[in-house]
Design a protein around this ligand. Structure first.
Ligand SMILES: Nc1ncnc2c1ncn2[C@@H]1O[C@H](COP(=O)(O)OP(=O)(O)OP(=O)(O)O)[C@@H](O)[C@H]1O
Ligand SMILES: Nc1ccn([C@H]2C[C@H](O)[C@@H](COP(=O)(O)O)O2)c(=O)n1
Length: 455
């Protein structure tokens, strides 16, 4: 099968980074840290650069080159990580803090002076921590001061905000100093470590936590996230109330349920409308109309919350599908496939090979979600898609803008979609069938995918 040959085997345990580990754990972690840390920095264009830290001034051959994410002199770099949530209840706050800092770092003179790259720090004993690598090409004391003020202003950066400063040593080697910021201008250096380049690991660091932050395996998992948000986002309570009103295990009726999937502007609205008319079917969409007024709110939230919202939208649609499919055929514009594909493609940066292995649990259909009978994946060439988008001129989500700019993202979306669909189908025919439904301009492909288990 296509996807099996494309995706390499991805296995490798990650090491320990204690950069933002609470102080109580620091002493013991420090004793064992050399060679066990792993940081991944996302360069513009989606390439990832990996580095580790060493307490020793000696370093293994080949590891002393400056990782590409660090600027040559006179440039100076800084980094900060959001501490991994130690309890489930703090993951929402950690995710929102990350989003808040991301916005702050891009604003004002700091944003104008510096370039901010995404950073992920990994440890075997906790979820990866998200953070930022801040590149200051023309080092200016104001940058460090602004960063300190910004991080001190975040009560959630407990027990004390920590800032890493990267500096070149006498022989051109790179050092990281970890500073605990104490307020009123005082700070304490916790350690100084050598920065060492490491080879790209086989497993992308975000893969291990996809299930807990982006692709939820059950209704309960997605509800758990929004329950933690109710005091911060009033709309979360409204969504949960709607979910509560849905039947617990909705079953499909005797009429067929057809899902139409595809990137934006591939023709979903046009095709769903046309199929609806020809089959005299009921047309539904995910997210459903009853939550669409809150979409903007959740689209502005970090991945954890946003994906939980879309996941719950699918469960609400499932109860609508169950009801309508007892009366007529049902056509659904997007469903869980889109929720998973957008989430995985966004979280897993870099090349296609970084995607989780074909049999990874993240591609598995949630056990408690009603399955469709048939899925159509619409694809068009990137050129045709852009032409259609321009012709339409509607407002697009940030994700959709990123999609347009990033052809790798689009390829990932289609590959993930095909993996999800291939894993759950018994019959696959992929061909140009556009003329049977509509006259097609440009290149178009429709994959007909019939799930193995319907019901
Ligand atoms: N088969 C087709 N041939 C040519 N143009 C088409 C075809 N299908 C749709 N279009 C045009 O492409 C544009 C996008 O179509 P449509 O709105 O159906 O896509 P969509 O997948 O629903 O997009 P979105 O998910 O962003 O709402 C529209 O202007 C539509 O008229
Ligand atoms: N079931 C769904 C439907 C939509 N999304 C997300 C993914 C994109 O950001 C955006 C696309 O929606 P559209 O332009 O088709 O309205 O919404 C999702 O995650 N799950």
């Amino acid at each position: 099968m296509l996807c099996r040959s494309i995706l390499p085997s991805l296995l490798l345990a990650y090491g320990s980074n204690r950069m933002a580990v609470p102080l109580v754990r620091r002493a013991s972690a420090q004793a064992g840290w050399p060679g066990q840390l792993c940081f991944a920095v996302e360069l513009t264009g989606s390439d990832l650069v990996y580095f580790t830290l060493s307490g020793s001034s000696q370093c293994p051959a080949g590891s002393d080159r400056r990782p590409q994410c660090f600027l040559p002199a006179p440039g100076r770099c800084y980094s900060v990580c959001i501490p991994a949530a130690t309890q489930k209840s703090s993951r929402v706050r950690a995710a929102r803090l990350h989003r808040h800092l991301e916005q702050k770092l891009s604003q004002g003179p700091l944003g104008a002076r510096c370039k901010v790259l995404g950073l992920l720090s990994c440890s075997p004993d906790r979820a990866p921590e998200k953070g930022f690598l801040i590149q200051d090409p023309q080092p200016c004391p104001e940058t460090e001061r602004s960063l300190e003020e910004l991080f001190l202003d975040q009560p959630e950066l407990l027990p004390a905000p920590e800032l890493c400063v990267y500096e070149a040593g006498e022989h051109g080697e790179l050092w990281q100093s970890l500073w605990a910021l104490r307020g009123t201008g005082s700070k304490e250096m916790l350690r100084r470590a050598r920065v060492l380049a490491v080879a790209e690991p086989q497993l992308h660091p975000a893969v291990s936590h996809l299930r807990s932050v982006a692709v939820f395996a059950s209704l309960e998992a997605a509800c758990g996230v929004l329950e933690e948000c109710t005091s911060l986002i009033p709309e979360a309570k409204a969504v949960l109330d709607l979910v509560d009103k849905c039947p617990k295990h909705p079953k499909k009726g005797e009429f067929p349920v057809i899902v139409i999937e595809g990137l934006d502007a591939t023709g979903k609205t046009t095709v769903t409308q046309s199929v609806k008319d020809s089959l005299n079917a009921c047309l539904l969409r995910s997210p459903p109309a009853c939550v669409s007024e809150w979409r903007k709110t959740f689209d502005d939230e970090p991945t954890l919350i946003r994906r939980a919202f879309y996941a719950l939208g699918n469960y609400i649609v499932a109860s609508e599908i169950a009801r309508e499919s007892t009366k007529t055929p049902v056509i659904v514009d997007r469903y869980w496939h889109s929720t998973a594909a957008y989430a995985i493609a966004t979280e897993i940066s870099g090349k296609l090979q970084n995607l989780p292995q074909v049999h990874h649990e993240v591609y598995q259909w949630p056990e408690d979600l009603l399955r469709p009978d048939l899925v159509l994946l619409l694809t068009v060439s990137p050129e045709e898609r852009i032409q259609r988008l321009q012709g339409r001129g509607l407002e697009r989500t940030r994700e959709e803008v990123a999609l347009e700019a990033n052809s790798l993202f689009r390829q990932k979306y289609v590959l993930i979609m095909k993996i999800i669909l291939c894993l759950s189908v018994s019959v696959l025919s992929s061909c140009c069938q556009g003329e049977n439904i509509l006259p097609v301009t440009g290149e178009a492909e429709i994959c007909l995918l019939i799930p193995e288990v319907a019901g």
